[in-house]
Design a protein around this ligand. Structure first.
Ligand code: ASP
Length: 311
């Protein structure tokens, strides 16, 4: 069996052990383990990295614990506007969607954009029409509702403040989900999905569905999925910057991620993190916040690792 590897994240931020209950921590770890296992098994049985990242992200979209799919945050009108992207490092094909209200799994829709359209980025009602044409599961608004997210919205509703998921008080974290993988054919892929910012308005779109900002994959270098305050990631072209530093400066994956997350992003004032994988199966899980929900595994060790805090 050839080498394969996968990593996932469920958002980064000020995730303090002192503020976490044992039950909540166990639930997060269980959801992460489940998502990782789904992706890992696909890779183990000879599946593609594109399938592995899509299915791993779908699993987290189905969990209300994360700000993606079910459990997405509310916008200023008390509605959901979800976003997702997926990219194949072998072909550089990419699919992205934004302004999604009723598609159960936005990441699956971004995959359909690759498979069944000649475009890269679809948005709003027409993207939903495309989802229906492709027979993707559709849900009504109540499916996406989560009492905790609703409460978060109540706290900023009516103000001009758009807020990152769980930014209330010190419990600051971003619940976007993502996955990166290397398959047995040597191909990397990345996928990311989010509900965006609580109380966002004016059709705001974050970094998640923007290829090169929140999501990027290229066999020459690496696959990257980001989480954090999207505006900074868009301006820094974060995911592509990791790849470009490897390609043009001959840096390792670790050096590139350190430069982007721990130096450039900090100087810009952005908080968050990313997961990245290179064509040798090296994985980097880097964040400049207190913690990041994350999990990773590779065929060499055959163990599933899950972590939340810095150490
Ligand atoms: N990056 C996402 C956005 O700005 C938020 C997050 O990572 O939770 O929409």
């Amino acid at each position: 069996m050839k080498l394969f590897s996968i990593a996932i994240h469920g958002g980064a931020g000020t995730i303090l052990k002192s503020e976490m209950t044992a039950d909540k921590e166990a639930a997060y770890k269980e959801s992460l383990r489940e998502a990782l296992r789904i992706g890992y098994d696909i890779l183990k049985s000879g599946g593609t990295s594109l399938d592995a990242v899509e299915e791993a992200v779908k699993s987290m979209e189905d969990s209300p614990l994360f700000n993606a799919g079910k459990g997405s945050v509310f916008n200023s009108e008390g509605r959901h506007e979800m976003e997702a992207a997926i990219m194949c490092g072998q072909t550089l094909e990419a699919g992205a969607v934004a302004g999604i209200r009723s598609v159960k799994n936005p990441v699956a829709l971004s995959r359909k954009v690759i498979d069944n359209s000649e475009f890269v980025f679809l948005s709003g009602d027409k993207a939903e029409e495309f989802a229906k044409e492709n027979a993707l599961p559709i849900e009504d608004e109540t499916y996406f509702y989560d009492a905790f997210r609703y409460q978060q919205w109540q706290e900023v509703k009516g103000s001009d403040k758009a807020q990152l998921d769980h930014t209330v008080k010190k419990d600051r974290k971003f619940g976007t989900v993502g996955a990166v993988a290397l398959d047995q054919f040597g191909n990397v892929a990345a996928a990311t999905s989010t509900g965006g910012l609580t109380n966002k308005k004016f059709g705001r779109i974050g970094d998640t569905p923007i290829i090169g900002a929140g999501t990027y994959a290229n066999n020459k270098t690496c696959a990257v999925s980001c989480t954090g305050y999207g505006e900074y990631f868009i301006r820094a072209v974060t995911a592509y910057d990791v790849s470009a530093q490897m390609e043009y400066s001959n840096k390792s994956l670790q050096e590139s991620c350190d430069s982007v997350v721990l130096d450039k992003m900090v100087k810009l004032g952005g908080e968050g993190g990313l997961i990245a994988i290179d064509a040798k199966g090296n994985v980097v899980l880097s964040f400049n916040s207190e913690g990041m929900y994350r999990a990773w595994a590779n065929s060499k060790e055959d163990t599933l690792n899950v972590a939340i805090y810095k150490d």
